[in-house]
Design a protein around this ligand. Structure first.
Ligand SMILES: Cc1cc2nc3c(=O)[nH]c(=O)nc-3n(C[C@H](O)[C@H](O)[C@H](O)COP(=O)(O)O)c2cc1C
Length: 215
């Protein structure tokens, strides 16, 4: 490896489209829904994948990808093992931010707000929709815990497969869902020469205020 790996000349122009004030829906959740549909139509790989940033109560951040599973005006929902660092951070500090990047469309969306637990019924309902193998893996793994090796993981999963061969894999109650309730949603559309379009929706009471941001 060279001493310095230099990407200062790695660049491309963002020319996929533009975003004008008159194109925006008054409702940012509908606007998001439209962009997610367009990302799917554009064959974005893992269009529902989002980077989720959380922080400890003293402000140390961490970020990871999770998959958006459903959303509505109440918020944006995903599922996880709540014993993991993300879960622990949400318990001590409910503020989080989600970020979607759809590179084929030169688009980014950021959603900022507070996180709340989804009710257990939602976790149960979605858990039951998951394939047998995913339910076994959720039960076999305490997410983010240190384990000795791959064999340990596979043996745990195999044992559970035998035990629950009838397909009725119980849900660990630590496995569940969260909802991020949006307070700020920003839509970013890449434009030539880095003169990008950015619009931010900010919640004020029951209203959404829309402002254009400098790139
Ligand atoms: C494409 C992709 C999708 C993922 N989806 C999820 C998910 O929906 N839920 C989840 O808990 N982890 C998911 N992960 C794993 C997380 O990125 C992360 O490893 C895990 O949540 C533990 O994070 P933590 O230790 O910061 O809590 C996904 C990773 C990738 C790359």
């Amino acid at each position: 490896m060279k001493d310095v790996i230099d990407h200062r000349d790695t660049r491309r122009e963002y020319i996929a489209g533009e975003l004008r004030r008159r194109d925006l829906d008054a409702d940012p959740v509908r606007q998001f829904s439209r962009w997610l549909d367009e990302a799917h139509a554009n064959d974005a790989v893992d269009a529902t994948a989002l980077s989720l940033a959380t922080a400890t109560k003293d402000g140390r951040p961490s970020v990871r990808i999770v998959l958006l599973k459903h959303f509505d005006r109440e918020g944006f929902c995903w599922y996880t093992d709540k014993r993991s660092p993300a879960g622990q951070q949400i318990t001590e500090n409910p503020w989080a931010e989600m970020m979607f990047f759809w590179s084929g469309l030169d688009r980014q969306v950021r959603i900022h707000g507070r996180v709340k637990d989804l009710p257990d019924e939602d976790a149960e309902a979605y858990y039951r929709k998951r394939p047998f193998g995913s339910r076994i893996s959720a039960l076999a793994s305490q997410q983010s815990a240190v384990i000795p090796d791959r064999d340990y993981l596979e043996k745990t999963a195999r044992d559970l497969e035998t035990r629950y061969a009838d397909g009725e894999v119980p849900r660990n109650t630590a496995w569940g869902g969260y909802r991020l309730i949006p307070e700020v949603i920003e839509f970013w559309q890449g434009r030539p020469n880095r003169l990008h379009d950015r619009f931010r929706y900010r919640r004020e009471g029951d209203e959404w205020i829309i402002e254009r941001l400098s790139p």
